[in-house]
Design a protein around this ligand. Structure first.
Ligand SMILES: Nc1ncnc2c1ncn2[C@@H]1O[C@H](COP(=O)(O)OP(=O)(O)OP(=O)(O)O)[C@@H](O)[C@H]1O
Ligand SMILES: [Mg+2]
Length: 604
């Protein structure tokens, strides 16, 4: 049986939340899984039939044992012995065929259902509003999509069918026990509470420890993940030793919890074995005396022992599976939780078409604070217009709210009051996807995917041909360096594009925007100073891109500012001045200061 305990899961943030823990003890949440199982009803019913078939056949083996002993051995008849053996072999073959179908059907439904859940969680998550991801870490969401669904897969695919089989067998075996010998059955049943008590007590401890051990495994995983991600920082500060020490503390903690869990389990198993075998010995003593006194046939006793062992092993399985089901309930809950989140950025009932609209964007009295910082406004009472085909530059100190304006324009957030319009229409009246199709963003830190160059540029337009991609790269002044990469356009760029320089990454992002060919261009210049060679390249690429489009550019480089038709100076989320380079030099102290600083920087 597969267990998610072996996987590092990032569940620490989840289980540190006491509410989730409390709720996950409630098994009824598992009913939510029915909607995912429903499409495979036929398979489930077939599996149930196979299950009942094998369970009842297994029970008849007890009858075979009785014939074997009473008629084969007791009457020393070779012919009867052969018959009994043939009976048992036949039943065994039928059981194995039934088991094949039961196992295959149930496990494949388990695989399918967990794949479906994974798909529907991802399909849902990818549409959620960005602020959701500010309060819910990506590690947490990832662990729900991978670890929690894997846990469900193993539970739907095996534990659940084991529980069903054991329950059926247990009931069937108890009935057979009564049918065979009532007195002995009562002895067996009397020992059940002695088995249940330790299972319940220790089972609970084991469960608590297994949750703790999962948490600490997830700490180990995230600790290693972070150190590896920032490996250059670790090494450049010669922090390897400290990292080793801290990591080994995490590992030892996880080991200690794991050891305790295993110890509890070992005690439980030893205790159950002792009690079960004592009970069986007691029963053999009573039953054996009955056989010797002639009150009972040896075959009956044999069959009885067979059924008693069956009851004991089914009970053991059920008790183990119950713990698994508890964990499945927790996993299900975490998945359902995500599925129930509704996106805060929704399309209106009646959408307006984006075609034939002027490529002009305006902010009207916009007030906005980020949802995670309700007390601190990022934009206040802001009015600003970018005219069609013109270049609007935004300047201002760090944290002034420049990037925030781009986020509002793309409707990643809605302002708390005021409105943003495109061609005079409130952007909330468009389908968000259509709105975003009108714009292309070249961000401060370009996001590249761990794929090749083709894939990364084609992100601007999935239907573009290779020739179109190369054309865009040429316009972005990226063609030259791309052809020098080991495999040209097929070169793999590494995670987040680590195999490229900052300037190269930006030009890939520009090529992507060129390929998208939008009406409105949003450029967020990187603050990191590019050397003059690559600045020259990037600037040329941008000039190419800006032609004939409405452009809003967050400018850090003077060269860009001077070209702009209009410059807005921002400070603390407000527009403090609007004009062009020459007029602002006279009218705006802040602008003059920013320009002076940059000249000083360039001279030094
Ligand atoms: N996702 C976020 N959640 C909460 N606050 C945020 C978030 N993003 C930005 N802020 C805050 O909003 C304010 C404006 O940030 P913004 O990114 O718009 O600044 P900026 O003008 O682009 O600065 P820079 O020139 O450094 O890029 C800052 O005070 C910042 O701390
Ligand atoms: Mg910014």
């Amino acid at each position: 049986m597969q267990s998610a305990e072996q996987h590092p899961s990032h569940s620490s943030s989840i289980s540190s939340n006491p509410d989730t823990n409390k709720k996950s003890n409630n098994l009824s949440i598992l009913l939510e899984l029915l909607q995912f199982i429903k499409p495979y009803k036929a398979k489930v019913i077939a599996a149930l039939v196979a299950l009942i078939f094998t369970a009842s056949l297994t029970l008849t083996v007890g009858h075979g044992v009785r014939i074997l002993i009473d008629q084969g051995f007791a009457q020393a008849s070779l012919q009867q012995l052969g018959e009994a053996i043939r009976f048992i072999v036949l039943i065994t073959i039928l059981i194995s065929i039934g088991t094949f179908f039961r196992f295959y059907l149930v496990s494949s439904v388990g695989e399918r259902v967990s794949a479906d859940i994974r798909l529907s969680v991802f399909n849902h998550v990818i549409t959620l509003h960005p602020s959701y991801f500010e309060t819910n870490g990506s590690g947490d969401i990832m662990s729900r999509i991978t670890t929690d669904t894997t846990l469900l897969q193993s539970i739907i695919g095996s534990s659940f069918s084991m529980a069903m089989r054991s329950a059926l067998m247990c009931i069937g075996a108890i009935i057979m026990l009564f049918a065979t010998n009532i007195k002995l059955t009562l002895i067996v049943l009397a020992s059940v509470p002695f088995i249940l008590v330790p299972i319940l007590v220790y089972g609970r401890r084991v469960r608590a420890l297994s949750r703790k051990s999962q948490d600490s495994m997830s700490d180990v995983g995230s600790y290693a993940g972070e150190a590896i991600e920032h490996i250059k920082t670790v090494q450049s500060y010669s922090y390897e030793h400290q990292e080793r020490v801290s990591f080994s503390e995490e590992v030892e903690k996880a080991y200690e919890i794991g050891r305790q869990r295993v110890k509890q389990r070992a005690i439980l198993i030893a205790g159950v074995i002792a009690i079960v075998f004592c009970a069986i010995s007691g029963m053999l003593w009573v039953g054996g005396s009955d056989v010797i006194n002639g009150n009972m046939s040896a075959g009956d006793l044999g069959a009885f022992v067979f059924y008693a062992i069956m009851v004991a092993s089914s009970l053991a399985t059920i008790s183990e599976v119950l713990g698994e089901l508890q964990r499945a309930a927790g996993a299900t809950e975490r998945l359902i939780e995500i599925l129930q989140v509704e996106s805060e950025i929704t399309s209106p009932l009646q959408t307006t078409s984006t075609s034939n609209l002027a490529a002009e964007v305006s902010f009207h009295d916009v007030d906005f604070h980020y949802p995670s910082r309700p007390g601190q406004s990022a934009i206040s009472q802001l009015n600003l217009t970018a005219h069609e085909g013109k270049v609007l530059a935004l300047v201002g100190p760090s944290g002034a709210g420049k990037t925030t304006l781009f986020e509002l324009l793309q409707r990643f957030y809605d302002p708390q009051s005021g409105s943003v319009t495109l061609g005079g229409v409130d952007i909330r009246e468009f389908e968000p996807q259509h709105l975003r199709q009108q714009m292309a963003l070249v961000p401060q830190q370009p996001a590249l995917f761990s794929h090749d160059v083709f894939h990364n540029i084609r992100y601007g337009n999935p239907d573009a041909t290779d020739e179109q991609v190369i054309e865009a790269a040429k316009k972005a002044h990226a063609h030259e360096f791309i052809t020098q990469l080991p495999e040209g356009y097929q070169s793999f760029l590494g995670e987040r594009g680590v195999r490229l320089s900052g300037g190269q990454r930006q030009r890939i992002a520009i090529a992507r925007a060129i390929l998208k060919d939008p009406q409105i261009l949003l450029l967020d210049e990187a603050t990191s100073a590019l050397d003059s060679e690559s600045e020259h390249h990037v600037q040329q690429a941008l000039d190419e891109l800006m032609q004939g489009r409405t452009t809003i550019i967050i400018a850090h480089r003077l060269s860009t500012i001077q070209h702009a038709d209009q410059i807005a100076v921002l400070e603390n989320g407000r527009v403090v001045d609007v004009g062009n380079h020459t007029s602002l030099l006279l009218s705006s102290k802040l602008y003059k200061r920013l320009v002076d600083l940059q000249f000083k920087h360039l001279e030094s």
